[in-house]
Design a protein around this ligand. Sequence first.
Ligand code: C2E
Ligand code: CA
Ligand code: CA
Length: 821
Amino acid sequence: MIMPKPQGMTGGSSGAGLGRRAAASIYVLSTLLAVAGAATTAWAMPRMSLNSAVEVPWFLLFPALLAASHLSIDFEYRGQARSVAFSQLPLALGAVFSSPQTLMITWLSAVLVDSVVLRRQTAIKTAFNFGLAFAEAGVALLAIGSLRPDGPDIRLWLALLLGFLVAEAISQLSLAAVMRLAGVPMSLDRLMEPVTIATGSTLVFTCLSVVAVAAVWTEPLVAFVIVVLVMTASLGYRAHRRLIVQEKSTHELYEFVKDLGPVDLSLDGLTDVLERVRTLLHTTTLDLALVTESGSWRHLTVAEDAHAHLVELDRLADLTAEIGGARLRERDSGVSDRMSTPLLGSQGVIGILSAIERAGDVRDFDMGDLRLLETIANQLATAIERGKLLTDLERAATTDPLTSLPNLTEISRRIDAQLAAHDGVLVAAMAVDSFREVNDTLGHQVGDDLLSEVTRRLHVAVPEAQIGRIGGGRFAVSVPASHYSGDPELLGLALRAQIEGGAQLGAVGTHVRLSVGCVSGPEHGTEAESLIRRAETAMYSARHAHGGPVLWEPAYEVQGQRRLAVVMALREALASGAIGVAFQPKVNTLTGDVTGVEALARWTHPALGAITPDEFIPLAEASGLMGPLTTTILRQALTAAKGWHRRAGHVGVAVNVSAETVLDQSFVTEVAALLTSTSTAPGMLTLELTEGVVVDDPALAAQRMQELRNLGVKLSVDDFGTGYSSLTYLKGLPVDEVKIDKGFVRNLVDDPADRAVVRAVVDIAHTLGMRVVAEGVEQEDQQHILRVLGVDELQGYYFARPMAAIDMAGWLRKREARAQL
Ligand code: C2E
Ligand code: CA
Ligand code: CA
């Protein structure tokens, strides 16, 4: 008889999981089997033709049948436990050498004792095993009764073979029916699987039985020899099998440990590992409960014939209830097919690993299994911790810690994925304009709060978008082109409309303003990297265009390349001394006397041609080249001024200085050193500062200006009227001169408003004791009006264009000579 081990009759689920209806059906089936057994036995009884001289009494038959039923030969076949019960042998002996009723009563008693006392099976299992045993033995008797053999001959052999094969078929079919009722899907394959083994073993046992019957027929004592032989063979096999199983699991464990890398903590990753552990432990169900960061429990179960399922539990109590409760239930029924062990990480318990129901059910878990589980749990704990570490590292590499948004690398990867998955994408780069200032003036904490607030608004504004922080106060946003009608500027507008506005950051109220640049892929780029870069280029232009959104154009690229080329060339030019200076005179409005000259940087590049200061000065500022540039202009200007003479003595020279340079502490010392090295009287030098200096940091500006003034140099405020400053800024600052921007001079003749501005500037400057200079004077009329308005000095093409130092010397000589005429 070949059957799944009796406990296995309920398949993958434990007995407790059987529904009421299924249980009832199994009882009905068991009853039917028993009735069939009784009927066939009754039919066979009067037809038994064997009359042997030997009579085997029930008390000898009983232990043989009990041993045969209990000590089945266990083995696993395709992962399913199978057992060949060699009860066929004693059954055959009983059929020949006992009366049918003795045989049947003894056999059924043996099955009951085995099931109830030895195996402690549930009522339903006992009932089923009883019914099945009844039917099987009945069929065997039926075959003998039909073929009527009268000794150990070919007919007996045929009768036994036929009887046992039919019994086997009944056994397989009933088991299949029970499996189905228990909810285990039974495919035809699975049904046919044991048939091959069954047929083979039935053949072998039938032959063996006939030989045994023949032997006992002639010599009854041989029965004992047979019993001893079979018992020894069976016990030997069992010991051997245990050894093989142990060896196999040691090898499997070794393979598992060898392959076990850091565990990928995703559902798929964990399922894979658990599935391996499950196979390794030969269990039907494996359960892993992991403590999550938030202290809740992530509870993953993999089971044979079922999808892995994941449950999040709030408290450990829920978990212990789930696992522990089940374990207690099993304990009560006397079956220990469940074992658990903690996963010990470096910082304590990180989880619990539980194996539930040993697969195959050849035997229940024993100490060896528990040790194996513990070994695996140790390995698993380490692997999971390493997996966690890896996840953390990966997270750190792809996520911005402040906003938890993807960083530049990660958002690029995601945009590339979007490009691959959609027809097109819209990408916007946006800068929070006030971020730098907030950071510098209100502190990093408020700056961080500002970014967090912007991030929050972004999530609300564009929930469908991929959002990343690409540095400082800059973000990248990307949506498939199916949004915003495929118009990147609409995306930009949406961002501004929904994110800009007042923001309360703790006690500080501020205003969020954005610069937005946008592109659409694949038109503007087929890779995330170039799309983001171009969106950013457009974003920088947006700063000047009051926020934008500005759509990227190829021209930006050309500009960018030109800028880069200019910066590189400028660096070289400064190193090789290729930057020159031109000088433009200022004259006294009333007397026409030259009051000084302004030094203006000049640069002609051999390849790029003449580059105007308006182009290279901002680039020098941006690329940190302003320091060396100012130094070379200052030195050249002071040196050139030595060569100019006039009646009144030396001619004063004015040099333009950028805001950043003025605020730099070392600048004061540098000016002093240059004055000394060129032995120039400090009063000969005027520094022209733009009003931006004062606006950015009034206190520091005032301090630096005072330090410069203390050297004895004069200070002039350049481009007056173009910036945000008002004359009130000038109050209290050590300023000698105000230069009215040429913008006011240009339309002076036609525009009364400009005239009003100039008049006001003159009035207030004079009240504050400052001289007023007008620049950009090109016409006679302008000169006339400026004189009437009270401007002290004039500068412009009307008098002279900027010229080389040597020409300046000549111009000065000529003008002196003319004045003397
Ligand atoms: P700025 O300080 O306002 O210099 C006057 C600019 O007006 C010069 O332009 C000059 O050539 C131009 N200009 C003079 N007279 C007239 C006129 O009648 N009509 C018109 N339309 N323009 C006139 P330039 O040399 O191109 O310099 C432009 C700006 O570059 C300067 O404006 C100044 O801000 C900056 N710059 C020039 N050299 C230096 C320097 O060595 N250091 C710094 N920091 N800035 C400089
Ligand atoms: Ca100037
Ligand atoms: Ca100017």
